[in-house]
Design a binder for this molecule. Structure first.
Ligand SMILES: Nc1nc2c(ncn2[C@@H]2O[C@H](COP(=O)(O)OP(=O)(O)OP(=O)(O)O)[C@@H](O)[C@H]2O)c(=O)[nH]1
Length: 262
């Protein structure tokens, strides 16, 4: 039925648009008739729509309260599911943002900002409870030569391998982060320099023996460390870091692959 109606409408439209019948005495009458027909069709559709809505409302009026209540419950449950999903998404995004702002992308270690926060916390604890902790700065030896010989990509892989090796071989409560470039900072809470030196001696060994299938076999890595202890009432953070940096510089000057304690 709809199809027949559509065909007829199309036929009238094409007749009215046909230039051969332009000015034909019946054209004007047909156009007027067609315009009225279209208007009436639009009105019928509007009435049908209103009637559908009315019937729907009537149907709803007659369903019992329990059914209506259950329907509303289902709608609320749906909204809650959407809200839950949205909140999970936000939480994941927040966690990811936090991770990005506090970690180094290449090595996955805490970044400089995070390590500075750890240092401040350690100093705060010293001020409150006394005791001591140690800080070490590590720097890869002859790293520029690795970059120059094998390329930056291999250099990056060497950095990631060293980061992994250092963080795997410290104690569970020690901290290791990327300080920048080819430098790593290590914090040894509640430790004197003897205890920290023993750990660094182990790190010299494991770094020297490091084998990674990601790196060319002929690469042999080593690191130099500057180490210092912090006590209650010691100087401010930047002074401590300056001291450790000086020790590292001395380790480099004295031939690398060693630890200098100040
Ligand atoms: N591949 C790579 N290289 C880096 C990155 N950050 C710093 N470097 C490189 O590390 C090298 C450090 O070079 P230098 O400061 O001369 O130190 P070195 O060659 O290790 O020499 P010593 O420290 O004296 O033993 C430079 O070539 C930097 O470009 C990084 O994220 N990826």
């Amino acid at each position: 039925m709809v199809k027949v109606q559509e065909l007829l409408e199309n036929r009238i439209v094409s007749l009215l648009e046909n230039p051969d019948y332009a000015g034909h005495p019946l054209s004007e009458g047909l156009a007027e008739l067609f315009e009225r027909y279209c208007e009436q069709t639009r009105q019928i559709e509007r009435i049908a729509h209103i009637s559908d809505r009315y019937q729907e409302a009537e149907r709803d009026r007659h369903i019992d309260t329990t059914t209506r209540y259950q329907r509303q419950l289902r709608q609320i449950a749906k909204v809650m599911r959407i809200s839950d999903r949205y909140q999970h998404m936000l939480r994941d995004m927040n966690e990811r943002l936090y991770w990005i702002s506090s970690h180094d992308e290449l090595t996955g270690l805490p970044n400089r900002r995070q390590m500075q926060a750890h240092l401040k916390r350690e100093l705060q604890q010293l001020a409150e409870r006394g005791g001591q902790f140690c800080v070490a700065l590590a720097d890869l030896d002859h790293f520029k030569a690795i970059n120059d010989t094998y390329g930056h990509d291999i250099g990056d892989k060497a950095l990631a391998a060293i980061a992994n090796c250092l963080s795997e071989h410290i104690r569970g409560y020690d901290l290791c982060g990327r300080w920048g470039g080819e430098e790593f900072l290590l914090i040894f809470p509640h430790s004197d320099t003897r205890a920290a030196e023993a750990i660094l001696a182990r790190l010299h060994e494991v770094v020297g023996a490091l084998v990674s299938h990601q790196l060319p076999e002929q690469i042999v890595l080593s690191v130099s460390f500057g180490l210092s202890a912090c006590h209650k009432g010691d100087e401010a953070l930047d002074q401590i870091l300056k001291r450790v940096d000086g020790a590292l510089y001395q380790a480099k000057r004295e031939g690398r692959k060693r630890t200098v304690v100040v």
